[in-house]
Design a protein around this ligand. Structure first.
Ligand SMILES: Cc1cc2nc3c(=O)[nH]c(=O)nc-3n(C[C@H](O)[C@H](O)[C@H](O)COP(=O)(O)OP(=O)(O)OC[C@H]3O[C@@H](n4cnc5c(N)ncnc54)[C@H](O)[C@@H]3O)c2cc1C
Length: 566
C-alpha cells in the first residue's frame, strides 16, 4: 500500500476542517482533508431534520476571512435553515477551490506518531495511508450521535431515525403517528414543523428546557445593505465579546436593576436577542439570584403561551438555572402543544418501559407509532476525537490518556502528541461560543504556529505536561465562577453514562481566550517545546518558553461565555 506524503492531514470537512484547509493552503502547505461522510458540511450535512437552523444569526455564524464572500452571499433569513447553510458551505468550497483537497468516504481509523521521523502515520477506512508532519483534528463537537437502547427495540416494526443521521431523501409525515424522543435543541426545532404535517405527534420529554424565541424573520434588502456596510465593525464586536455574538453584552448586574427596569430589559431582549437574552445582565450566568430573575421571567413567558394548564407545569423548566444546560432558541415549540394532534409524554413521571412491535410502552400506556425519531443528542466534545486509535510518542493512546477527561494546553494540543492540533475541542470556548468565531481564531493560530515552526527550523512542537496541568486547573477555576457546573449537561459529560464528569469547554470567553492564544504565540509558545530535531534523535527545545507552564487569567473578564450550539 502506498504511503501518501503531505504536510498536513486535516480530519473532517465541516465548517472547521474547511476553514483550516483554506488557511493552510494559503501558506502553501500540502494539505489533505479526510472526511468520513460523502460530502462536505459536517453537522450541516448530517442534521437535515425538519426545522434545523442555526441559533446564532447567520451574519455572525459565517466565515469572516473573505470580505468578498461576506459581501456577495445573501442570507434570506436572520437564522438560516440547514439547507441554506449547506448551500453556503458548498458555495465556499467551490469558490475557494477546496473540494479537490478532500477525500470522501474515508474515515481516519488510526494515527500513530513515528518518533524517529517526527511524522504522523495515518490509516483510513478505505485502505489509504498517509504520512504528515501535522495532524489537525477537526472532527466536530457534536458529530458522534448518541441514542439509548430500549428493551424490545429490535421488535419495533416501524422506522427509527436519529436526528443527526437524517436521511437524504425527504421523509413524509403526512397521515403518520410520529414520536420524538428528546427535547434538546433538535427536538425543540423539529416539533412545531412535524406537528403541522403529521397525523399525531408524541413528544417524550425527560428534562424541560429553557428556550428563548428566535424571532426569526426574512432579511430585507435594506437590512442586508446595512449589515454589509458595517460588517467589519460587527465582526470586531463579535471577536471582542465574551461569546462571539455580534453585539455587546450588558455591563450591569441584574440585581442592581429595579424589577420594573428588569422587566423592560428582559421584554426587549425576549423579542430580539435569541441567545443574547442571557447577556442582558453580565451576571446571569454567574450568580444564582441574578439568574433567578431571568429564569422567572422566562417561566412566565413560556407558561403564557401554553393553553392547557396541566401541560404548563410539565413544560416549564424549574430544576436547573437558566442556561446552565444549553437552552434552545425556538420557533413555536411550546405553542405546538396547543394543537390537538400533539401530546407530551413525560418520561420522568411515566418512564419508557419497552419498545413493542407497534411502538412504545410507558408505565401507564402503549403508544402506536409509524415513525420514531431519536433527538437524543451527542457524545459531545470527545465522542469523535476518541473514536479513532490515536497513538502518542511512547505508544500511549489518546483514549487512555484522556480516560479521566480531556487534558490540553489551551484546548489546542496535549502532551505526548507532538504536532497534533485539536480544533474547537475540549479546553477551548467551543460550544460556549459562536463556534464560527472559535473555528477561525484557532485555524489562524495553527497556521501561525506552523509558519513559526518553519521559520525557526522546528520539526516538532509538543505541549509540556506542566502547561496542560495548569490549563486544566484554569479551565476548572473559570467554570467554578459560573453556574454551569450546577446542572447536568453535555458540558460536563453528564449526558453519557460512564463518561468522566469533567467540565470540558473553556468558559473564560472568546476575547480572553484569544488574548491567551496570542500571548502564548508572542512569548515563543509558552507551554510548548519547539524542537529542532525529534526528541527521539536528541532534539532540543529552541524556544524560551519550553517546559514552562504559565496561564494568567485574563484581566477584567467578568462575563462568562454563553452556551451555544444545538
Ligand atoms: C443541529 C446543529 C445546529 C448547530 N447550530 C449552531 C449554531 O447556530 N451556532 C454555533 O455556534 N454552533 C452550532 N452548532 C455546533 C456545530 O457543531 C458547530 O457550529 C460547527 O458546525 C462544527 O463544525 P466542525 O467542522 O468543527 O464539526 P462538524 O461539523 O461536526 O464536522 C466534523 C466532520 O468530521 C468528520 N469526521 C469525524 N470523525 C472522523 C474521522 N475519524 N475520519 C474522517 N472524518 C471524520 C465528520 O463526518 C464531520 O463531517 C450546531 C450543531 C448542530 C448539530
Amino acid at each position: 500500500m502506498t504511503m501518501n506524503e503531505v504536510d498536513v492531514i486535516v480530519v473532517g470537512a465541516g465548517f472547521g476542517g474547511l476553514r483550516a484547509l483554506h488557511a493552510l493552503r494559503q501558506l502553501g502547505k500540502r494539505v489533505q482533508v479526510i472526511e468520513a461522510s460523502d460530502d462536505v458540511g459536517g453537522v450541516w450535512y448530517a442534521n437535515g431534520y425538519p426545522g434545523a437552523r442555526c441559533d446564532v444569526e447567520s451574519y455572525d455564524y459565517s466565515y469572516s476571512f473573505s470580505p468578498e464572500l461576506e459581501q456577495e452571499w445573501v442570507w434570506s433569513e436572520r437564522y438560516a435553515t440547514q439547507p441554506e447553510i449547506l448551500r453556503y458551505i458548498r458555495h465556499v468550497v467551490e469558490r475557494f477551490g477546496l473540494r479537490q483537497h478532500i477525500r470522501f468516504e474515508c474515515r481516519m481509523e488510526r494515527a500513530e506518531y513515528d518518533e524517529a521521523a517526527a511524522r504522523w502515520r495515518i490509516t483510513c477506512s478505505d485502505g489509504s495511508q498517509w504520512s504528515a508532519q501535522h495532524l489537525v483534528m477537526a472532527v466536530g463537537q457534536l458529530s458522534a450521535p448518541k441514542a439509548p437502547t430500549y428493551p424490545g427495540q429490535e421488535l419495533y416494526a416501524g422506522q427509527i431515525i436519529h436526528s443527526a443521521l437524517w436521511p437524504k431523501e425527504p421523509v413524509d409525515f403526512a397521515g403518520k403517528r410520529v414520536a420524538i424522543i428528546g427535547t434538546g435543541s433538535s427536538g425543540m426545532q423539529m416539533t412545531p414543523v412535524i406537528a403541522r404535517q403529521a397525523a399525531h405527534l408524541t413528544v417524550f420529554q425527560r428534562t424541560p428546557n429553557y428556550s428563548v424565541p428566535a424571532s426569526n424573520a426574512p432579511v430585507s434588502p435594506e437590512e442586508d445593505r446595512l449589515v454589509k456596510a458595517h460588517y467589519r465593525q460587527r465582526r470586531e464586536q463579535a471577536w471582542n465579546s465574551p461569546t462571539g455574538l455580534g453585539f455587546l453584552p450588558g455591563k450591569k448586574s441584574a440585581l442592581e436593576a429595579t424589577p420594573e427596569e428588569r422587566e423592560q430589559v428582559y421584554e426587549a431582549a425576549w423579542h430580539r436577542l435569541g441567545y443574547g437574552f442571557a447577556l442582558t445582565y453580565f451576571d446571569i450566568l454567574l450568580n444564582k439570584q441574578a439568574n433567578d430573575t431571568a429564569a422567572e421571567f422566562i417561566r412566565r413567558k413560556i407558561a403564557s403561551v401554553i393553553d392547557k394548564p396541566e401541560l404548563r407545569d410539565k413544560l416549564v423548566p424549574r430544576d436547573h438555572a437558566f442556561a446552565a444546560r444549553r437552552p434552545s432558541v425556538d420557533s413555536g415549540y411550546f405553542q405546538a402543544f396547543n394543537r390537538d394532534n400533539v401530546e407530551l409524554a413525560d418520561v420522568r413521571e411515566s418512564p419508557i418501559v419497552e419498545f413493542t412491535e407497534q411502538g412504545i410502552r410507558t408505565t401507564p400506556k402503549s403508544h402506536a407509532f409509524d415513525l420514531i425519531i431519536f433527538a437524543t443528542g451527542f457524545d459531545a466534545f470527545t465522542g469523535s476525537l476518541l473514536k479513532p486509535e490515536i497513538i502518542s510518542r511512547g505508544g500511549r493512546s489518546l483514549r487512555e490518556k484522556w480516560a479521566a477527561g480531556p487534558v490540553t494546553q489551551l484546548g489546542v494540543g496535549t502532551h505526548g502528541f507532538p504536532n497534533f492540533f485539536v480544533l474547537v475541542g475540549p479546553g477551548s470556548p467551543s460550544l460556549l461560543s459562536n463556534v464560527m468565531v472559535s473555528i477561525e481564531e484557532q485555524s489562524d493560530w495553527f497556521a501561525r504556529m506552523m509558519v513559526d515552526m518553519d521559520r525557526l527550523g522546528v520539526v516538532e512542537a509538543e505541549v509540556t505536561e506542566a502547561a496542560e496541568q495548569a490549563w486544566v486547573a484554569h479551565v476548572n477555576a473559570r467554570a467554578q465562577e459560573t453556574l454551569y457546573p450546577t446542572a447536568n449537561s453535555f458540558y460536563n459529560g453528564a449526558e453519557v453514562p460512564g463518561k468522566p464528569r469533567v467540565f470540558m469547554p473553556y468558559s473564560g470567553g472568546v476575547r480572553g481566550y484569544r488574548r491567551l492564544l496570542h500571548k502564548c504565540a508572542d512569548s515563543g509558545y509558552l507551554g510548548f517545546e519547539l524542537r529542532d530535531k525529534p526528541l527521539a534523535q536528541g532534539g532540543q527545545a529552541v524556544n524560551a518558553g519550553a517546559g514552562v507552564a504559565h496561564v494568567a487569567p485574563p484581566q477584567g473578564e467578568a462575563e462568562p461565555a454563553l452556551p451555544q450550539a444545538a
